[in-house]
Design a protein around this ligand. Structure first.
Ligand code: SAM
Length: 292
């Protein structure tokens, strides 16, 4: 009986066998604690009725656990040096397909269509490369791929921001961008000691569940997200200040902003971080309806 890939001694052997050296620029911190991997798979509730997309399989530590539980696993890995390693470590899992590609450049709809043989719920499960956590999250959320759930590891600080509630320091346009599509829950914390090499900060597992419909009804999504970004541009400024800075200070624009705020029932002297998704939606919809 072979030891799991994530067992520290086995990981060490694999790295040595292939002469692998870590690339910091690719966010390579590999998990070497099987219990954490089991917890991730449990949190994601993966069964043989689930297809899984993994981002950055590394040497396959998490992939192996996914393969044992899911119907099929599709894993995107950017580092060409890892492709032969994965062919070696995952050879006994025929339900895994590794695609050598930058996930951000991937046509997710097309690749999943090609790889997954059955139409089953798709879950994204990954220990993300931390330098591009947000772009990867947004790539999935904004794609037309029906992702039912995402269970993803990231820096704790980013997980806090994504799951933040209005009125907290961590709440910002990222919280809104993600919570618009998904319900976000911090599942558990992962200490930095379970990785090789060790990152500088602790990590967290975030569980995101797709909402049947977006959290709020907006008439123009693009403008809604533009507004939420504008509202947080300078965090210590009032909403009024940030809106004028972004939309314009001429009389016509000011009147438009003022009227929209009034009808939406929002005090312009508030700070962006105090507004709920519903308030941002109301304001955005008013602005849309009365565009100068
Ligand atoms: N899943 C492994 C584990 O948990 O041990 C490795 C996780 S490591 C934090 C991140 C992985 O993402 C690395 O294997 C890295 O090469 C890969 N990666 C980095 N940027 C990527 C990208 N743009 N597309 C796909 N994979 C990427």
């Amino acid at each position: 009986e072979k030891r799991e890939i994530a067992v520290p001694s086995r990981t060490k052997e694999i790295l040595a066998k292939h002469g692998f050296t870590f690339k910091k620029s690719l966010g390579q911190n590999f998990l070497t604690e099987p219990n954490i991997l089991r917890k991730i798979v449990e949190t994601a509730e993966i069964t043989d009725q689930t297809n899984v997309i993994e981002v950055g399989p590394g040497i396959g530590a998490l992939t192996e656990h996914l393969a044992k539980n899911a119907r099929q696993v599709l894993a995107f890995e950017i580092d060409d040096r890892l492709i032969p390693v994965l062919a070696d470590t995952l050879q006994e899992y025929p339900n895994v397909q590794v695609v050598h590609q930058d996930v951000l450049a991937a046509d997710l709809l097309r690749v999943t269509h090609e790889v997954f043989e059955d139409e089953l719920p798709i879950k994204v499960v990954a220990n993300l490369p931390y330098y591009i956590t947000t772009p990867i999250m947004m790539h999935f959320l904004e794609s037309d791929l029906p992702v039912a759930e995402m269970v993803v590891m990231m820096q704790k600080e980013v997980a806090d921001r994504i799951s933040a509630k209005p009125g907290t320091k961590a709440y910002g346009s990222l919280s809104i961008a993600v919570q618009y599509y998904m319900e976000a829950k911090l599942a558990f914390i992962v200490p930095k000691t379970v990785f090789v090499p060790q990152p500088n900060v602790d990590s967290a597992i975030l569980k995101l569940t797709r909402r049947v419909t977006p959290a709020v009804e907006v008439t123009n999504e693009k403008e809604f997200f533009k507004l939420t970004k504008a509202a947080f541009q300078l965090r210590r400024k009032t909403l009024w200040n940030n809106l004028q800075n972004n939309y314009g200070k001429d009389e016509e624009t000011k009147k438009w902003l003022q009227d929209s705020l009034t009808v939406a029932g929002i005090d312009p002297s508030r700070r962006g971080e105090t507004l709920t998704l519903a308030e941002f939606a109301a304001l955005s919809n008013e602005m849309e309806a009365n565009k100068p």
